[in-house]
Design a protein around this ligand. Structure first.
Ligand SMILES: Nc1ncnc2c1ncn2[C@@H]1O[C@H](COP(=O)(O)OP(=O)(O)OP(=O)(O)O)[C@@H](O)[C@H]1O
Length: 565
């Protein structure tokens, strides 16, 4: 309901206009039936009646068209709003929460759930209009004969109660099919990401298609068809009750009590007319049921659209920050701990407690075996993971929910699994192209890529070249703290040398703090200090790690906790 309130706040004018247009159309339709009924009974048709007929017919057609046009606009604007808001909620949500959910669930929510919710939301005015039309018809029926009204109301109550019993089953099936569509999106992602592996291995491709995908697709089909079948049966039962009421009125009622043929014809006309809006309501109900399932799903993902993130302003900036990220002098990690939620029976991976200090103009190498926790520490430092205990202080100011987003603006990064946007997005400094072209030459990409209006001419590059382009983006960002997660791993020996012996010293000379996660022991001497991760703990670099300060001496932090202090 929060979501409905949220949507109504955004688009109440469109909803109101379409409801009014629909109501006028519905009421005019009921009036048209009354006029037709009177016309059938009059031997000499009056001109007033004829004009009423014309005006009402025009009103019905015009308002129906207007209502439909407005509803289409409402539908598209609702989908846009939902996609925008949900994307925003995803960007606001903690990284660890998103990692636990997985990309496939987020994609399913962004595409399937937004569609289903928007379609149902658009149907709400239609349901309102049809209910209003039905009430108008019932009022006319009551005016013709209240016992007949009671009969029809009885049939409707019977239909509604049986429908409610059946609907629970339909919702259960829709919920199951929605869960299956998460798995379906995971398979779609596997197709995209694993296309080369699937093409190369016939048996794997066959197993993927016939076992995984086919089973999931069929499970989705079965549950979805099951849910829709329940609704179809319920709607047919409702339709039958309508015909039953007409049958009783036409064939049984006159034999029970005296009634004029005129009343019977009028009541039959009303019931036949009511069948239109009634059928529409019943057809709309499965969509409403699926929207409920989609709403619950979005809530279950922890991405409720109605909620807002504490400290987050509407424009994405944060209130109440005391950080000056351009003029910082020390960054302290004090007693930081974190653990990854284990999958199944695995033991959780714990990191920390970690004490560490960074200063501008200092190049730090972070080494350690695979899975030792280097990237996890980097993500904690960047404020992308939230520590479970301990604190991060920038010039003595603790980082919290209110200033974390501002704190993150301290860093430029190239992650191991970096993403390259197709332009220098969000960078609108003067002479952006000129600045970028200087780095393009420096990174030896000028013969491969052109930059026009901040847009890269191509991304069809080798992995190493794409990583250089990501480095270019980081350079242009010109932020105070650089973090590279195994950046040099994809580079040829020549460019690896350029990175360690030219680019890093250049960043240092510009007063940047640099943290390099690396396995390149040949270049450890380029670091001011070298830290080692070992099973989630930060330990001193051993002499055999080869860590030597840039000025030639072994950096060997005397106490890792106080490194840099
Ligand atoms: N999102 C996650 N959820 C659960 N466990 C995770 C997650 N990310 C990492 N881990 C676990 O945490 C441990 C440390 O991972 P991390 O990526 O920090 O290591 P790393 O030192 O950077 O390794 P590598 O050198 O291979 O990149 C690993 O055992 C890994 O299984």
């Amino acid at each position: 309901m929060d979501l409905i309130r949220f949507l109504l706040r955004k688009s109440w004018r469109l909803v109101l206009c379409s409801v009014v247009a629909g109501l006028v159309s519905g009421v005019a339709g009921a009036g048209l039936i009354a006029v037709i009924h009177r016309g059938m009974n009059e031997t000499q048709v009056s001109s007033t009646l004829a004009w009423s007929f014309l005006v009402l017919a025009l009103a019905v057609a015009a308002c129906k068209a207007l209502s439909e046009i407005l509803l289409t606009r409402l539908g598209q604007s609702t989908i846009s709003e939902l996609r925008f808001q949900l994307s925003r909620r995803i960007l606001d949500a903690p990284l660890s929460q998103l990692e636990q959910l997985g990309h496939h669930r987020l994609l399913a929510a962004l595409s399937e759930d937004t569609d289903v919710i928007a379609q149902a939301y658009v149907q709400l005015p239609l349901i309102g209009i049809n209910v209003a039309t039905t009430i108008g018809c019932l009022a006319y029926l009551g005016w013709l004969s209240w016992p007949m009204l009671l009969l029809v109301l009885g049939c409707m109550a019977l239909g509604a109660s049986t429908f409610q019993l059946q609907e629970r089953k339909a919702i259960r099936l829709f919920t199951r099919s929605r869960e299956t569509s998460d798995a379906l999106f995971r398979h779609f992602r596997s197709i995209m990401a694993g296309i080369k592996e699937l093409k190369l291995h016939r048996e794997r491709r066959h197993a993927f298609l016939t076992t995984l995908l086919h089973r999931t697709v069929k499970a989705y089909e079965r549950d979805f068809v099951g849910g829709m079948t329940v609704y179809s049966l319920a709607s047919s039962w409702g339709l039958f009750l309508f015909y039953a009421a007409i049958g009783v009125l036409l064939f049984l009622w006159p034999s029970w009590q005296p009634v004029s043929i005129d009343t019977v014809v009028g009541a039959t006309l009303v019931l036949l007319y009511m069948m239109g809006p009634f059928s529409q309501i019943v057809e709309l109900l499965p969509g409403v049921g699926r929207a409920n399932v989609a709403l619950n799903k979005i809530d279950a993902l922890g991405l409720s659209l109605a909620a807002s993130t504490p400290g987050q302003e509407a424009d994405g900036r944060q209130a109440g920050t005391e950080l000056d990220i351009r003029r910082w002098s020390r960054l302290d990690l004090i007693g930081i701990t974190h653990h990854h939620a284990p999958e199944g029976d695995e033991r959780p991976f714990c990191i920390g407690p970690i004490d560490l200090t960074f200063r501008p103009g200092e190049v730090t190498f972070l080494v350690g075996g695979n899975g030792s926790g280097k990237t996890t520490l980097a993500l904690l430092l960047l404020g992308l993971y939230q520590q479970e205990s301990g604190s991060i202080l920038l010039d003595g100011v603790p980082i919290d929910d209110a200033n974390r987003d501002t704190y993150r603006q301290l860093f430029s990064t190239v992650f191991c699994d970096f993403h390259l946007f197709d332009s220098l997005l969000g960078l609108d400094q003067a002479n952006l192209d000129g600045v970028a072209r200087v780095y393009l030459e420096r990174l030896q990409l000028e013969s491969k890529v052109r930059i026009e209006g901040g847009l890269f001419s191509t991304q069809a590059l080798s992995q190493g070249q794409r990583k250089r382009l990501a480095l270019l983006t980081a350079y242009v960002e010109d932020r105070p703290f650089y973090l590279f997660d195994e950046w040099a791993a994809d580079q040829d020996p020549l460019f690896r040398k350029v990175f360690y012996t030219e680019l890093l010293p250049d960043l240092k000379a510009r007063g940047k703090a640099v943290l390099v996660i690396t396995h390149d022991d040949r270049y450890f001497s380029m670091a001011d200090r070298c830290l080692r991760m070992d099973f989630g703990r930060l330990v001193e670099c051993r002499e055999q790690d080869g860590a030597a300060g840039a000025n030639g001496g072994l950096s060997a932090p005397s106490r890792v906790a106080g490194a840099g202090k």
